[in-house]
Design a protein around this ligand. Structure first.
Ligand code: GLC
Length: 755
């Protein structure tokens, strides 16, 4: 019997390999055959991407460009479109491409499905604070299901830029400051979007962006120059991109910034040598919006033709909204400046992804109105959004156990311009969310009937409707509603203040030099605090804010980000203790903007400082070096104690393992979830090494009084880094290992890596 099973297994294994090999062979044969039929102009057309007639996410050309583009579409000179929304419009454009062009090559339709499509999830920085990889995969899957139901087959996500700079508005799109966690999040999101099979109707192509180094824009100013060394590139910036490739991501998007003084779009080394060479990436790279053309103002290209030449030589396969590939590549090949094989390589990659999506089999497979009607913003999808929102909330401070709120007998004043705001929680990059469709804090709190609740806005944060393109108009002078808010506070037991950033105050083009509460909010908070100090501050923001005064004066602080469609319900359920907060920060909160960039995996320097009194040490005269709230910080309504931390040996060989174990006990009164974190410090390296590096984490849920032993396996692969010798390897020597509930842990065990 056993023999029969083994034979059957072997047969099925061979068959499956043969099938996938056949699929690959079939795909490549089909693609080569199609390429052989294409004219130069059609090849250049496949490399051309235009924005739809929908909401642009970048600057559009002047004049009547629509007619010209319509004709190019009919002439087979468009390979992809972005921001075309809805089954009808996508169907109409796909019909032209498939039925009116000479070769009928289908378009691929892209859009920024960053944290949801119609059902909006917490902004990615918030969701990463859940440290729940399954959840992040699931929310990406829901987003993919909704987007594909509405005709789309490609998202420009996940954004995997590591950043340490809260001035940069795009930190809201990423997973914070750590490459290890960022890599795991990148993998989860790619798998969520692409699923196990790109041909699956719910799968859409993912896009790792922005390649590379965009999160290091100098001074946090968007689109600015970067200046980092190649060790930072490899040890900090690249790992999440490599993780995305290992997870099977099929597209990349390059970035607006220069690195090594070269615009990423024209950077041959990172695109051809590393991504397509070392990493064997066989998908395609799309430029970011107009970034090929922008090599002219960068001072790297003489003119459009030169920019197109530099970009295609560097390995940029598709041109988003420069119109330079479609207009210049034919001439460049005919003049001999660019070899046609470079176009063939780019087109091969683009056709490969279209083939894997099944677009050649059925170009209209995503155009099913029934699916769209049933999938978008469904109750089930909203349930996932609520779960994600609750798990993304981080309890920063909770003195005198002010939280959770009693469910009856309390007089509660809800005060603040974001308390009733149904727009801001949707955040930036909100895709097809309906304006003002988020649940507000007031709505969430009013579902609990046992307390007396009054609501006063107290002050306007901003005026008018906001969108992707406009600057939010902040109120800096109208305090006329302060009085009503002060009265509400005076006649209440507890004040829940909801303050922070409007939803479009973070995101692309939203850099801020002042990262405090915008407008008159801090002034209002100080006025209310004079009247009633029983304040629970709920902070909505797309980035770490400077909360130093708040931390000094306010007893309870909850970081509630921009949590998406179910924001208010999630916040209310956390404030009332129906969900015990479990989030942990993935980005450090600075004491003030002068401290930025501040991050947990910093280098020790030759004069480490532990106090502002140490004058000639690496510190400041006015604030200590540590951030206000550290990476990995997040409180619970219960307390956890860590004891019996041990390692089973202090000698680690190249092929052996060390087991680190610790006992964690819930010593409080609430059931709670804790993310137990493992950090390692490499004491001496061929280059200066960080004080700590996250190398593992495990979530444990414990009833009051319950305890568990958590074990981590350490092996030499976890100690590898990009060394002075420009190789990924571990180096023998002394290491310290830390295990605990945040990155401030000081207790460590010492071990040695030996040859
Ligand atoms: C924007 C962004 C990029 C986005 C693209 C399309 O400028 O930089 O992240 O995917 O254009 O909207």
């Amino acid at each position: 019997m056993k023999k029969i099973i083994l034979t059957l297994f072997t047969l099925s294994f061979i068959l499956s390999c043969k099938m996938s090999a056949d699929f690959d062979d079939e795909k490549e044969v089909f693609i080569e055959d199609l390429i052989s039929k294409m004219t130069l102009a059609e090849k250049a057309g496949q490399m051309n991407q235009y924005n739809g007639f929908w909401d642009a996410t970048g600057p559009m050309p002047e004049g009547d460009y629509q007619k010209k583009r319509y004709n190019e579409l009919k002439n087979g000179q468009v390979g992809s479109m972005l921001n075309v929304i809805g089954v009808d419009e996508i169907y109409a454009l796909q019909k032209i491409a498939v039925e009116e062009t000479r070769l009928g090559i289908p378009l691929i339709f892209g859009h920024d499905v960053i944290h949801g499509y119609k059902t909006i999830f917490p902004i990615p920085l918030a969701e990463s604070s859940s440290w729940d990889l399954d959840l992040m995969e699931k929310s990406a899957r829901v987003a993919a299901t909704e987007a594909s139901a509405d005709g789309l087959n490609w998202t420009f996500a996940p954004m995997v830029d590591i950043s340490r700079d809260a001035r940069w508005g795009r930190v809201m799109e990423g997973a914070g400051e750590d490459p290890y966690l960022g890599s795991l999040v990148a993998k989860a999101r790619v798998k969520g979007f692409q699923g196990d099979d790109l041909n699956d109707i719910n799968s859409i192509v993912a896009c790792a962006k922005h390649f590379a180094g965009y999160g290091f824009s100098e001074a946090g100013r968007d689109y600015n120059t970067t200046d980092f060394n190649h060790y930072t590139l490899h040890n900090t910036i690249m790992p999440p991109f490599k993780a995305a490739v290992d997870a099977g991501v099929r597209t990349f998007m390059n970035s607006f910034n220069t690195l090594d003084e070269i615009p990423a779009t024209g950077h041959k080394h990172i695109q051809r040598d590393i991504l397509k060479g070392d990493w064997n990436f066989d998908g395609f790279i799309v430029s970011d919006w107009g970034s090929i053309d922008q090599m002219i103002p960068h001072g790297f290209a003489r003119d459009g033709e030169h920019a197109a030449e530099l970009a295609v030589l560097a390995g940029s396969d598709m041109d988003m909204e420069s119109s330079l590939y479609v207009s210049k590549l034919v001439g460049l090949v005919e003049s001999g400046k660019v070899k046609e094989e470079l176009l063939n390589d780019a087109v091969r990659r683009i056709l490969r992804v279209k083939y894997e999506l099944g677009l050649f089999e059925d170009p209209f497979k995503y155009c099913n109105k029934q699916r769209s009607d049933s999938e978008l913003a469904s109750d089930n999808n909203m349930k996932v959004a609520l779960d994600a929102a609750k798990k993304s909330i981080v309890l920063l401070k909770n003195n005198n156990q002010l939280l959770p709120l009693q469910k009856e007998g309390e007089k509660i004043a809800i005060i603040g311009p974001l308390a009733g705001d149904k727009n801001s929680p949707l955040g930036n990059w909100r895709s097809q969310a309906v304006y003002n469709s988020a649940s507000s804090v007031v709505e969430g709190m009013n579902k609990y009937k046992g307390n007396r609740i009054v609501y006063e806005k107290g002050v306007d944060l901003y005026y008018g409707k906001t969108n992707f393109h406009n600057r939010v108009k902040i109120n800096y002078d109208d305090k006329s509603d302060f009085g009503k808010a002060k009265l509400a506070a005076a006649t209440s037991d507890i004040v829940v203040m909801v303050l922070g950033e409007e939803g479009n105050q973070s995101g692309e083009g939203r850099s801020r030099t002042n990262i405090g509460l915008p407008g008159l909010q801090l002034e209002l908070l100080k006025e209310i605090n004079k009247i009633n100090n029983n304040i629970i501050l709920v902070v909505m923001s797309g980035r770490p804010l400077d909360l130093s005064w708040e931390d000094e004066n306010i007893p309870a602080i909850v970081q509630a980000w921009h949590l998406g469609s179910k924001s208010g319900d999630a916040i209310a359920q956390v404030l009332y203790g129906d969900y015990n907060p479990s989030g942990k920060l993935t980005m450090s909160f600075p004491r003030n903007v002068g401290q930025v960039p501040v991050y947990y995996n910093f280098k020790n320097t030759g004069r480490p400082s532990t106090s502002i009194e140490q004058v000639t040490n690496s510190g400041y005269a006015d604030v200590e070096n540590s951030p206000l709230y550290s990476f990995g910080h997040g409180l619970s309504y219960t307390n956890f104690s860590y004891t019996n931390f041990s390692i089973d040996t202090d000698k680690l060989g190249i092929d052996s393992k060390i087991n680190a174990s610790i006992e964690i006990e819930n010593i409080g009164n609430y059931k709670g979830k804790e993310v137990v974190q493992l950090y390692i410090r490499d004491i001496v390296g061929s280059i200066a090494r960080p004080m700590k590096e996250l190398k593992g984490f495990k979530s444990v849920e414990l009833e009051p009084g319950e305890s568990k032993t958590v074990n981590f396996q350490i092996d030499s692969s976890m100690l590898e880094f990009y060394t002075y010798g420009n190789k990924w390897e571990s180096e023998v020597g002394k290491f310290h290992v830390f295990v605990g509930g945040n990155s401030n842990i000081t207790e460590f065990k010492e071990f040695y890596l030996t040859d």
